[in-house]
Design a protein around this ligand. Structure first.
Ligand code: 5AD
Ligand code: SF4
Length: 454
């Protein structure tokens, strides 16, 4: 340990990367690296990258270009700036990354975060040869990472990583590898620690999170539903979420957990991707539209206030206008209150990239606009319908005006309200007064905040 060093971490992509970036800061902290807000003058820059769509991957290379002047300035001043590329672009590109971006010193895949300090030490000793590690080690990184602490009222907890489903458009099974489920003891210990250090809400993370089936504390295996029940018993935890789920892994036991576990929010991100059975089959999703709609009905029967969000891909190879119209139809049928939607992006090495019938860019853009308009209509209607309701809001950010705080409802809507400082980091009952362009406005309601009875 030699003095204070500046660490700048930039995160691209999903919440799993947000979690991993926090672990990157954790593993480097004992070596004197303290987080900085800007890359200028940093001793170590880590880009924690995303490979899911072409745009996300390309952004990394343009950011590396923008880093060059800082890198040069630091060297001109007699210092040294190490540049590390982590995450899924690192995994996908490996050593080849340096051919396009020679300023990169370190390339580390998502499964070797715990080895970063040693890689940094090697890079500092080297003369710019580059240090690479994109292994999928037999021993999981989770066994070697320092125990996380909450950085606010809402915390992420990775319980599962990787994906065995191989949807034909998706790079995740290649960049994150095979499914791995952390043992229940590890998950419970991390969750307790997060709550002890201030978390009121935990979002369980995994690329295929509801496929979690892990080692039970006393031997044997726990299902995901069982894990949720045990987590919900942690005193002080008000809310439990999980993301991202696959419809095929919504078991009757998981549906029952949504009926019985009040801590589980009545909101589930359950991607359907498309509304045509032919496209779903070509995507290798393993379910039909009717299967999906039945699953939603079961969830709503278990928890009447349940609402859904989804991901959509438009312009999958071969998607006709009529098939696309089925996506619009399922959006209306299910009434997704929020969603993410994307133009299909061919990813190198995935089966769909080689399919005939690639859809023209303008057509994809047009379909995306139509999907987004449909989604926006439903989202606005849902927000309007919340006016007058009293909702539990977890306040975790200061607002722009003094005395104002920002929080989230169980449905992830942002709410601005004036509340006493004591409400910060807690769930409070709020009466929704108005809908703004990007958030709701609320006022304190004189009732017990009850996420569960919501
Ligand atoms: N092109 C467009 N969108 C994609 N997604 C995954 N792969 C691709 C791709 N090749 C979307 C899916 C997934 C979300 C995380 O990203 O909708 O659910
Ligand atoms: Fe990718 Fe999700 Fe399909 Fe797995 S289930 S291959 S992560 S889209």
């Amino acid at each position: 340990v030699s003095g204070q060093k500046k660490l700048f971490v930039k995160t691209y992509g999903c919440q799993m990367n947000v979690y991993d970036s926090a672990r990157i800061r954790d593993v480097l902290a004992p070596f004197g690296y303290a987080a900085a807000d800007t890359p200028a003058d940093a001793d170590l820059v880590v880009l924690n990258t995303c490979h899911i769509r072409e745009k996300a991957a390309e952004k990394v290379f343009s950011d590396l270009g923008r880093l060059r002047p800082f890198h040069q300035a630091k060297e001109a001043a007699g210092g040294r700036m190490l540049v590390a590329v982590a995450g899924c672009v690192a995994q996908a590109e490996g050593e080849a990354l340096r051919a396009r971006a020679p300023i990169v010193d370190i390339v580390l895949g998502p499964q070797v975060t715990h080895r970063l300090p040693e890689m940094v030490a090697r890079a500092l000793r080297s003369h710019g040869e580059g240090v690479f590690d994109t292994e999928f080690p037999a021993e999981p990184k989770f066994d070697h990472l320092p125990p996380p602490v909450a950085e606010g009222a809402s915390a992420f907890l990775a319980i599962q990583e990787g994906c065995d489903r191989f949807c034909t458009y998706c790079v995740v099974p290649y960049t994150r590898g095979a499914e791995y489920a952390r043992p229940a003891v590890q998950v419970l210990a991390e969750a307790r620690r997060l709550v002890e250090t201030g978390a009121r809400e935990i979002t369980l993370l995994g690329q295929n999170v509801n496929a979690w089936a892990g080692e039970a504390p006393m031997g044997g295996v726990w299902s995901f539903g069982r894990l949720l029940r045990e987590l919900a018993g942690i005193p002080g935890l008000s809310r439990l979420r999980y993301i991202t789920s696959h419809p095929r892994s919504v078991t009757p036991e998981l549906v029952a957990a949504h009926r019985e576990v009040a801590t589980l929010v009545p909101f589930l991100h359950l991607p359907i991707q498309a509304g045509s059975d032919r496209i779903l089959a070509a995507m290798n999703r393993g379910h039909t539209v009717a299967d999906y709609v039945r699953t939603v009905a079961a969830l709503k029967a278990a928890r009447p206030e349940m609402q859904l969000s989804s991901d959509f891909i438009v312009g999958f190879p071969g998607e006709t206008e009529a098939e696309f119209a089925e996506t619009l139809a399922v959006i209306r049928e299910v009434g997704f209150i929020q969603s993410f939607s994307f133009k299909y992006s061919p990813r190198p090495g995935t089966p769909a990239a080689a399919l005939p019938g690639q859809v023209a860019e303008e057509e994809k853009a047009d379909r995306l606009a139509r999907v987004q308009a449909e989604l926006a209509t439903i989202q606005t209607a849902f927000n309007q319908a919340c006016v007058g309701r009293t909702m539990p809001v977890l306040f975790d950010r200061p607002g722009r005006h003094s005395g104002q705080m920002i929080g989230r409802t169980p449905y992830m809507q942002s709410v601005h309200a004036r509340l006493p400082q004591a409400a910060f980091g807690e769930v409070r009952a709020v009466r929704i007064a108005a809908v703004g362009p990007n958030s709701l406005r609320g006022e304190a309601a004189d009732v017990e905040p009850r996420d569960a009875a919501e």
